[in-house]
Ligand binder design. Sequence first.
Ligand code: FE2
Ligand code: FE2
Length: 183
Amino acid sequence: MAEQDVIELLMAQHGRIRDLFDEVEQAPPDKVGDAFERLTRMLSVHETAEEEIVHPYARRKLDNGHGVVADRLTEENRAKRLLLDLHKSGVDHPRFWEGLAALRTAVMAHARSEERYEFARLRAHTSVVERRAMAAAVRAAEALAPVRPHPGTESATRNLVMGAPLAVMDRAREAIRKALGKR
Ligand SMILES: [Fe+2]
Ligand SMILES: [Fe+2]
């Protein structure tokens, strides 16, 4: 199963992030807020999973791993800043669309750099077993903040789902550390 490999899983999430940007851009005016919340949640979970799981590994395993990861973190922090600002000002802000376009550019350029400079090399330096273990931790974070909650579970996850990005990141981090046995 493709998703048992952490690289495949994270690349699939990059695809989903791109689709979620499309959904925000194409949403009718009354649905922009919901679509943006879904994007926020996915981005928060995804970047937290990379920070907690994949980057530490890359730092240890790759030649110049520290440099590669430092570059990714710079991109990630810039994207996170844009996301937090955009979430704070909200979808009704007159410059929302401008901000969303800047976020999209930053996030997608960052995803391409990860795939090119980090993931490809990481695949060559890890075993299938290691990549599966990392995938399980990513899925633990995802399960905690599902991108599309099933009908009926909506209210249980609503606080988290509609929560500010930082809260989602904290919860995702907690779930990942638990899955990795760090707590
Ligand atoms: Fe990332
Ligand atoms: Fe990524």
